[in-house]
Each structure stands twice: as C-alpha cells, then as structure tokens.
Design a protein around this ligand. Structure first.
Ligand code: S3P
Length: 172
C-alpha cells in the first residue's frame, strides 16, 4: 500500500487523455486504465453498439459502474485513469471524482478538439450533426464541470503530448 494518489484525467474528446495517461503510466510505472475500454470489456461490446442498443443513458450507467469498479479494485495501488469526456455529466460521478485527491483537467479548445477528433468514427456523439457545434455545446456544459472536479488544469493546445505529461508530473 502506498499513499500516492491515483491520477485521474478528465477533459473533452480530443484532449489526449489516453495518450497522456499512457505516458504518465510509463513514467510512474503504474497501471493505466481507460474507462471507455473497461466499459467495452465489461459489456463485451464496443461503445457505438452500447449507444445504439442502450442509448446514452445506458452508456452513462455503465460508465459509473466502471469508475466505481476500477477505484474499488485498485484501492491499494495507485493507478492512472483516463476517463470518457462525458464522465462529469452524472452528479454521482462528480461526487466520486471530487473525493479523489488528484484529478487533472486536460483543457483543449474546441478548435483543437475538432482537429484531433476529425478522423474518429468510434465516437457516437460526433457521428450526427455538425461536429463543431456539438463540441462547442458539450464544451459550454462541461468545461465548468471539469473545473469543478479538477485540482489541476493543464492546457494542451500548444503542447506536444510529452510536454503535457511533463506538466502534469511537475504539478503533482
Ligand atoms: C464521450 C466521450 C468518449 C466516450 C463516449 C462519450 C463524451 O470518450 O466516452 O463516446 O460524452 O464526450 P473520449 O473522451 O475518450 O473520446
């Protein structure tokens, strides 16, 4: 058992949570988890399938279960955890995150989010409508919520992933 806290990364789609999370886990020699992958493993299905069959609400319930499950399972050993962009939407999740000592908001502007998600076809929320408008709408709702749960904010627009990871390491 160690006293070091988990590092939990929050932020929008395209902030680089998975990339940065992997870099941090390598530097710190800790296990890395990505809540989206855990949800998929638990469901035995991918995220587009879950959204299609169970709706966003079904996905969000699975997201809460995955978050709780991971934190319980790794209560003795600190991990690095990348979360899905919508993790802050449920009050329950915000409470869970609020109890974690080290939640890092990886900030990315909507323009950057758009660029980094342009080739993605596994994000159901961006498959219909205008992606820029969707990302802007999500940002307006979620940016204050990321700020509410985070203890550290790192701007990612102008930084190479290695420098973002370094910035996080400097902040902890
Ligand atoms: C979502 C973000 C995705 C994934 C799902 C919903 C969101 O994760 O959880 O498609 O609501 O913003 P990433 O932020 O890792 O793309």
């Amino acid at each position: 058992m160690t006293n070091a806290p988990n590092i939990i990364l929050v932020g929008p789609m395209g902030a680089g949570k998975t990339t940065i999370g992997r870099l941090l886990s390598q530097s710190l020699e800790r296990e890395f988890y990505d809540s989206d992958r855990v949800i998929e493993e638990n469901a035995g299905a991918d995220i587009p399938w879950i959204f299609e069959k169970e709706g966003e609400d079904g996905f969000r319930k699975r997201e809460t279960q995955a978050l709780q499950g991971m934190l319980e399972e790794h209560a003795q050993t600190p991990i690095v955890l990348a979360t899905g962009g919508g993790i802050v939407m449920r009050e329950e999740n915000r409470q869970i995150l609020g109890e974690q000592p080290l939640v890092v908001y990886l900030y990315a502007s909507v323009a950057q989010q758009l660029q980094r998600t342009a080739k993605s076809n596994h994000r159901p929320l961006l498959q219909t409508g205008n992606p820029r408008e969707t990302l802007q709408r999500l940002f307006d709702t979620r940016d204050p919520l990321y700020r509410q749960v985070a203890s550290v904010i790192v701007e990612t627009d102008s930084r190479h992933p290695k420098n973002v990871a370094k910035k996080v390491l400097d902040a902890i």
